[in-house]
Every structure is written in C-alpha cells, then in structure tokens.
Design a protein around this ligand. Structure first.
Ligand code: PMP
Length: 323
C-alpha cells in the first residue's frame, strides 16, 4: 500500500514475491526512516489458520511510525493486508504443531527521492511472509547471554520503544561481540546509569522470585513486547504477582546468590519463551538456576503456545481467524 502526502494511503495490491526497484536517493537508504512488525499465523488441528492479537501489532506499528515521522497506517488496513495475504498464501502455513508457523513481517519504508533531513512525503507499507520453525533448535534449552557494558541500544528520548531498523543497527555490533564470546544473545542496560536491565537484542527479559512474583523492567526505551504483555496477563490470571519496575543488575545477581530469584527468562514472538542460562560479562559470570517442568516460564510457555496452536481454550479472545 502506497502513501503520499497528497493522497494518503492508496493502491493496495498483492504481487508475487520478488525484488522491487527503488531510487538510490530514497529516504530509507540515507536516513533510516523505517519501522516494522513481526507476527505469526498458526495452523490449528482442524486446518483453520489464526493469528494472535494482531491489533496489538497494528497499534505498535502506529506508535513506531509516529516516532519515526512516518504516516500511521490505520488498523483496518494493517489487519486487512494480513488477512488477504494469508488467504492467498495459506498453503505456506506449516502443519499444526508446536513451533511451526508462517512468520509475517509488515514494514513501512520512506521512499521519497529526496536528499535532505526532513520527513519523507512518500512511503510504502509491505508485508512479506515465510514459513518458520522454532527460533532456537530446542526451545527449552537455556540461552546464554552476553552483557553489553560498552554499548547501549537506546537512550532517553530516543527511539527505543519503537520497532525501527535503526535500533537493530545499533545492536548488531554488540550482538557480534556476544557471538564472539560464545553467547547467543546480548543484554542491554539503561544508557544513563548503565545499571538497570533493559532487554535483549530481540527479546524482553523477566525474572521470577521464590514466591512466584514476576519482575520485568519498566522503561520507555525498550520495545513493549506483545509476548511479554500476554505472558504477564496469563501469569496474573494464574495468581502470580507482577512487578513492572526498574531492576538493577545487582538485584538479579544478589537474588540468584541468595536464592530469592529462581528463574530468568526471555520472550518474544520468534522464540516465544527461552530460559536464560548463563549471563556472561567481562568481569563476572552469573549462572541462573536450571529450568524444570515446574518452572513458571515453562508453564507459561506451554499455555501460550497451546492457545496459539488452538490446543488450549482461548478464553481471552486473543486469536484472530484468517482462514
Ligand atoms: N525486544 C526487542 C528488541 C525485540 O526485537 C522483540 C521482538 N519483536 C521483543 C522485545 C519482543 O517483542 P514481541 O513479544 O512483541 O515479539
């Protein structure tokens, strides 16, 4: 769907997947004016196809677009595009089963041919799709994470809460460092004091206390994850207390040492829920307690994937039928 300042959103169309031509002076190439989303379509045992809380992705895309001075796409156009595309691509949605889905990547790019630092007068919204398995080979295996002490991902007043390419550009070098350290993900701290937990390169972070209370960072420079919100709602419905607040790295380390913190896990659309094993830093290593079938994170994971795959009742009305 194209957008121009004069005409607004217009010319919705579905075309076969393939390269598209862009002018080398297009704004996206020079100023990174771009936002995106990520969601999945799941096949249920009866063959029907559903997506999960797409209105949340539509709303987050609008918030991201606003921050990047891009046009906001109305929710009905966002959801309509997903509905139309998945209908046409239904054969690409994998068979029913945990971890298998059709990954959908909606995005908006600024494509005015204009060199100059101002919001572009032309943009295009696209959705691409591809079948996906689990993000990590064994979703219950704990991931290792590297603490980025030199770099932060986003600062106060910046674009951290938006899902824009530039945030990920900033996290690529720390991610490369994490890989060099034998870790799979990078953990960022706040940019002001370098002390409070923010998020991983592509997932939110949560801790579980001995009494079942779930802690997660409250920050306006992290991505407001839809998986995290959903898990916290499920946890509250199960009687867990939830605290969204600043969490110092030392609170995590001291909590593990004293036995007060019994689980650490990460979550996101791609990986769903991953327990965190080791946290590595230049000057220390933190070994988190091992996960068991009784772990809060594993129970929440089973519930969420069960709802998404249609095997657990969707009492919150989160599924959106596509086919
Ligand atoms: N933080 C970052 C930086 C991410 O890229 C993602 C994945 N989109 C998340 C958190 C989790 O968000 P969600 O649960 O909406 O996928």
């Amino acid at each position: 769907i194209d957008w121009t300042l004069e005409e607004g959103w217009h010319d919705a169309r579905i075309v076969p997947y393939g390269p598209f031509q862009m002018d080398p002076a297009s704004s996206i190439f020079h100023y990174g004016q771009e936002v995106f989303e990520g969601l999945k379509a799941y096949r249920h045992a009866d063959g029907s196809i559903h997506t999960f809380r797409p209105e949340r992705n539509a709303a987050r895309l609008r918030q991201s677009a606003k921050r990047l001075a891009l046009p906001e796409l109305p929710d009905e156009l966002f959801i309509g595009a997903i509905e139309e595309l998945v209908k046409i691509d239904a054969e690409w949605v994998p068979a029913h089963g945990e971890g298998m889905s059709l990954y959908l990547r909606p995005f908006i790019i600024a494509n005015e041919s204009f060199l100059g630092v101002r919001a572009a007068h032309r943009a295009t919204f696209c959705v691409i799709a591809c079948p996906a398995g689990s993000y990590f080979a064994d979703p219950t295996r704990p991931v290792s994470i590297w603490l980025s002490q030199q770099f932060s991902r986003a600062g106060r007043g910046g674009t951290g809460f938006a899902k824009c390419g530039g945030n990920y550009a900033a996290s690529l070098l720390p991610t490369t460092e994490a890989y060099a350290q034998g870790c799979e993900q990078v953990l960022f701290l706040d940019s002001c004091e370098n002390r409070y937990l923010e998020e991983l390169g592509g997932m939110n972070i949560l801790l579980v206390k001995k009494d079942g209370t779930i802690l997660t960072p409250d920050s306006d420079s992290i991505l407001p994850g839809i998986t995290r919100d959903t898990l916290l709602e499920l946890a509250e419905q199960d009687g867990h207390r939830v605290e969204r607040r600043r969490i110092a790295l030392d609170e995590w380390r001291d909590g593990v040492a004293s036995g007060e913190i019994v689980e650490a896990f990460a979550c996101g659309t791609a990986a769903v829920v991953s327990p965190i094993g080791v946290l590595k830093a230049p000057n220390f290593t933190l070994e988190n307690p091992p996960v068991t079938a009784e772990s809060v994170s594993m129970k929440l994971r089973a519930k969420l994937t069960g709802i998404q795959n249609g095997d657990v009742a969707d009492t919150n009305g989160w599924l959106h039928r596509l086919v």
